[in-house]
Design a protein around this ligand. Structure first.
Ligand code: GLA
Length: 379
């Protein structure tokens, strides 16, 4: 990257940073409903080589995309089309809105995360940009602040109503730990991710999607609508404030079967996260795996965000004896699934899954063993 930076900007970068992507172990479509999630940072992510400039320009380059941008330093920016640099640009915009002062910057990005695959490539680049700027200009912002600002970038600059999970996971991740995050209060704890002789496989369905054109915002609205109906009799702020018993007793308030399914997913999934915490802490991996399967089923039938590609991966996993749990991870509609697979069966699992999937879907998925790594950092 140093060499590419030199070629493009005719000087050396002064700093290097890295921000990971994430997988979510369980607790899907829960963050914007005020419940608990269990993500981990992974070892793949986005790198940034950067140097300040004195010509009041923001220059964005990326080794993954041909498009580049050169903009005058201004006090605010707006999104331009669907370009990749909207993510770092939106992040800078957000810091400027918080009254932080910066100079011109020459930036070269490179990512080894599959893009649009549900591993949070967008949160990775947002948190990376803000963390780098915080370090370069000694801004008084914490990693939690950066996560919250990253969410604002998604919500206000990019236009996706996503929750805090992805930005929080990539900003706060720790090696070999899962984060149990309460998305309402932002209280969190680290859980040792000890899976003995199992591997956490990541399976990229290779079906790409962007959240902006997916049904993500529709699900967000549906949850808001279900909550509004429940509020006629219940004093609640989020869907996750209630449990399954309370929902059962108030189902008559939700007079729309689609909204009822959405609410049922959210409330049961939130309960599964607590059960999964116990299972992980007690080393009950089989139970953890069963909760993963149940989570997927709910996302498939009740929340309807899975799709034939992800379902095919999970269907195969269920029949494979060395696998004890699998589910889609992230927003869904394509992207990635995760699976808990016996270490010594991993190669066989991968090759069998690849042919099973190719036969049914027509192209190959990618299977790799994940490494749970640290959150954003200077290199
Ligand atoms: C995307 C969003 C997150 C979260 C997940 C689903 O990754 O960015 O905020 O809602 O989908 O759990």
């Amino acid at each position: 990257m140093q060499e590419k930076f030199r070629n493009r900007f005719h000087k050396d970068p002064t700093h290097f940073f890295f921000c990971p992507g994430r997988v979510n172990l369980i607790g899907e479509h829960i963050d914007y409903n005020g419940g608990k999630v269990m993500p981990c940072a992974i070892s793949l992510g986005t790198f940034l080589a950067v140097a300040k400039n004195t010509d009041k320009k923001l220059r964005f380059e990326c080794l993954n995309f041909p498009e580049t941008a050169e903009l005058h330093l201004q006090s605010s920016y707006t999104k331009t089309g669907k370009e990749w640099f909207n993510y770092p640009l939106g992040s800078i915009h957000q810091l400027l809105q918080e009254d932080h002062t910066i100079s011109g910057l020459d930036m070269l990005f490179y990512g080894n995360l599959p893009i649009g695959a549900g591993l949070s490539s967008s949160a990775s680049i947002e948190v990376l940009t803000m963390f780098a700027i915080k370090e370069l200009f000694q801004l008084p912002v914490s990693n939690t602040d950066i996560a919250m600002l990253g969410k604002k970038v998604e919500n206000e600059f990019i236009g996706v109503n996503s929750g805090i999970m992805d930005q929080f996971a990539v900003a706060m991740g720790q090696k070999n730990k899962a984060i149990l995050l309460n998305c309402d209060t932002l209280e969190y704890e680290y859980l040792p991710f000890e899976i003995g002789d199992y591997v956490l496989a990541i399976i990229n369905s290779n079906k790409q999607r962007t959240l902006a054109d997916s049904k993500y915002n529709e699900r967000f609205r549906e949850c808001g609508a279900a909550l509004k109906l429940l509020k006629k009799e219940l004093s609640v702020t989020h869907l996750c404030d209630i449990g399954t018993v309370v929902l059962e007793n108030h189902r008559h308030l939700i007079d729309d079967p689609v909204l009822e399914k959405r609410a049922l997913h959210v409330v049961t999934e939130n309960e599964r996260v607590n059960l999964a915490k116990g299972a992980l802490q007690n080393g009950e991996l089989k139970k953890f795996g069963e909760l993963m399967y149940a989570s997927h089923q709910s996302l498939q039938d009740l929340y309807e965000v899975s799709g034939k590609e992800l379902d095919t991966i999970v269907d195969f996993s269920k029949t494979y004896s060395g696998c004890i749990g699998a589910r889609m991870t992230g927003a869904g509609f394509g992207g990635c699934a995760i699976a808990l697979v016996k270490q010594n069966s991993f190669d066989d699992f991968s090759s069998e899954l690849i042919s099973y999937y190719k036969e049914r879907i027509g192209y190959q998925p990618e299977v790799f063993a994940s490494v749970i790594g640290d959150g954003v950092k200077s290199l």
